[in-house]
Design a protein around this ligand. Sequence first.
Ligand code: ZN
Ligand code: ZN
Length: 241
Amino acid sequence: MKIIKDVIAFAGDIFFPRRCPFCGEVLVFGRNGPCESCRPKLQYVGKDFCLKCGKPLTDHSGEYCSACKRSVRPFDMGRSVFVYDDLVKRSLSSLKYNNKREYAGYFASQIVLCYERTIRSAGFDAIVPVPVSRERMRKRGYNQAELVAKKVSDITGIPLRNDILIRVRDTVAQKDLGRAGRQKNLKNSFKITGNVVELETIMVIDDIYTTGSTMSGIAGVLKEAGVKKVCFFTVATGSAI
Ligand SMILES: [Zn+2]
Ligand SMILES: [Zn+2]
């Protein structure tokens, strides 16, 4: 359980001043993570999820969500910590747009605590954050997925590789495209920039998983480049569709 101790020790260093990552309230000295009022409201994905993409299942009779049954997914497996409800939505939006970078440490520790065994048994060679385009990076100054990925790397010791995948263009018109068009559009949005042949198993990190198009796009290009296994971990996931 060394990894858990590391997570706790690490979590102790990351909040200054320590605030609840969900409502922003300053915490009682010595505390970190969610405040007493937010903690009971948190919706974890729990144990009943799609074995492929990790979305919580509404139909409890199967092992896969309807979207994963319907379409071919180039990624091997995905897991998320929280259901994407208003509480998590507000927090992730603060991380993304309001410079609450310190929340990344809490979210990373939750990914590792919830999926420690899965992460350990997969034997990941590298952690790759979902990249943002150069334009977006310039505008925002940082990539929230990379902040979380860096902290997961610090906790687990798995090397962060933010140099092998780039986003070549933004995909703002995504919602106007159909499912097939969206997947093609996203696949063309990512490009490998380095040699990934020596990396057999990659962990991709993002803040939110929604339709799966982004992860499918990324897993598609990584596998074409020779990566054997691509799994993703996200802070939150939308409900099953
Ligand atoms: Zn709170
Ligand atoms: Zn699924």
